[in-house]
Design a binder for this molecule. Structure first.
Ligand SMILES: Cc1cc2nc3c(=O)[nH]c(=O)nc-3n(C[C@H](O)[C@H](O)[C@H](O)COP(=O)(O)O)c2cc1C
Length: 212
């Protein structure tokens, strides 16, 4: 009888406690890929060191090797490394913003450098809208950010600045990106060498469950 009670309790325990994954707070990573994934953070403060061309090329190459629906590659990528472009776009963006906008608060912050969370390079990703195109572009951005991390380069994925490029003030900058007809800007990834060590924003482990 005791044996049955024990088995029933064990089963109940398994049913209620073993359906999720557990958090491992150890900093021992089994390989460099896992380390890059687990230590990548969105960085919003960068120093002025530029990213070397050959490193940026490899990051971009990793981007276009992302899985994508039917290998249709409904994406276009534009890389801005020009500090002048970034400065001018930021100036136009600032000037187009009403002074009482909550966004305008950030200009008072002495650490504010530009509208791309202070990154030194910006990779714009546009898509030709289709069933998988947004997912494809997200996977592409993910590949780029992890490749960047593997070179010690930090990044931040952003949708916030994208709206500006379809405004009157933003149009001239969008035009310099020379996107083919039918393509829409979707996201941009700011990159550079980090000037901060952000905390890891909490992840909800209970959202992951094994189906029995
Ligand atoms: C599609 C997407 C859009 C995002 N847009 C912005 C943005 O406009 N500005 C920003 O500072 N961060 C943006 N982020 C970064 C998220 O805030 C960040 O990934 C999230 O808080 C988790 O933090 P972590 O990247 O450090 O793990 C975006 C991330 C994604 C995936």
């Amino acid at each position: 009888m005791k044996k049955y009670i024990f088995s029933a309790l064990a089963l109940l325990f398994a049913a209620t406690s073993c359906d999720g994954i557990s958090q491992n707070s150890s900093n021992d990573y089994p390989n460099e890929v896992i380390e890059a994934i687990m230590t990548r953070r969105s960085v919003r403060s960068y120093n002025d060191e530029p990213i070397a061309d050959e490193i940026m090329d490899k990051i971009l190459e990793c981007g276009i090797h992302a899985p994508n629906g039917m290998n249709a590659q409904r994406w276009e990528v534009r890389v801005v490394k020009s500090q002048e472009w970034i400065k001018d776009a930021t100036e136009a963006w600032k000037n187009s913003m009403p002074a009482d906008s909550p966004m305008a608060k950030q200009f008072e912050d002495p650490s504010f450098k530009n509208m791309f969370r202070n990154a030194t390079s910006v990779v714009f990703i546009a898509h030709r809208p289709g069933p998988c195109s947004q997912i494809d572009c997200g996977l592409m951005a993910g590949n780029m950010m992890l490749a960047a991390k593997s070179f010690g380069i930090s990044s931040v994925c952003m949708m916030g600045p994208i709206g500006f490029f379809s405004t009157e003030a933003g149009k001239p900058f969008r035009e310099t990106l020379a996107l083919p007809d039918g393509y829409e800007l979707l996201i941009c990834v700011g990159m550079g060498y980090s000037d901060e060590t952000p905390e890891t924003p909490e992840r909800h482990y209970s959202k992951v469950k094994y189906v029995k």
